[in-house]
Design a protein around this ligand. Structure first.
Ligand code: IDP
Length: 149
């Protein structure tokens, strides 16, 4: 089953949006298989955003991610990578559609509340960066037959 990595960034945690984010993914029908509130080390933040290391905002982005706790999550379900990106919305909250998390709760690109893996390969890399295998639960919800044909 497909998996994705989501992280509620420090602003999402500070603004009491943990429950709201989890609710949206649960309501859609995805299954939570990993969850932890954590303070992020500089090394982990830099590795996570490695692809952006030459960008001008890299330093401030890393400083922001390590500034306050985040919620790291792994979600599972058919098509979860692309679907979670839709639920999250566009990178710039002012361009994100109403009804998306960023569209409903954000106003600036440097405070866009949540990260979601952008592709299946990225998700695999990010899940192994943030979680040990034993931190993930292998389980199936009893409503699975009511979610999938
Ligand atoms: P994504 O989070 O929607 O996948 P990316 O382009 O991968 O977007 O950028 C990673 C993160 O870097 C964004 O979520 C945002 O927090 C930050 N970021 C991207 N572009 C800018 C910018 O122009 N200024 C400040 N921060 C930015």
């Amino acid at each position: 089953m497909e998996r994705t990595f989501l992280m509620i960034k420090p602003d999402g945690v500070q603004r009491n949006l943990i429950g709201e984010v989890i609710k949206r993914l649960e309501n859609k029908g995805f299954t939570l298989v990993g969850l932890k509130l954590m303070s992020v080390s500089q090394e982990l933040a830099e590795k996570h955003y490695d692809v952006h290391k030459e960008r001008p905002f890299f330093g401030s982005l890393v400083d922001f991610i390590i500034s306050s706790p985040v919620v790291a999550m792994v979600w599972e379900g058919e098509g979860v990578v692309a679907s979670a990106r839709k639920i999250i919305g566009a990178t710039d909250p002012l361009s994100a559609e109403p009804g998306t998390i960023r569209g409903d709760y954000g106003v600036s690109i440097g405070r866009n509340l949540i990260h979601g893996s952008d592709a299946i390969e990225t998700a695999q890399r990010e899940i192994s960066l943030w979680f040990k295998e034993e931190e993930l639960c292998h389980w199936q919800t009893t409503i699975t037959p009511w979610l999938y044909e």
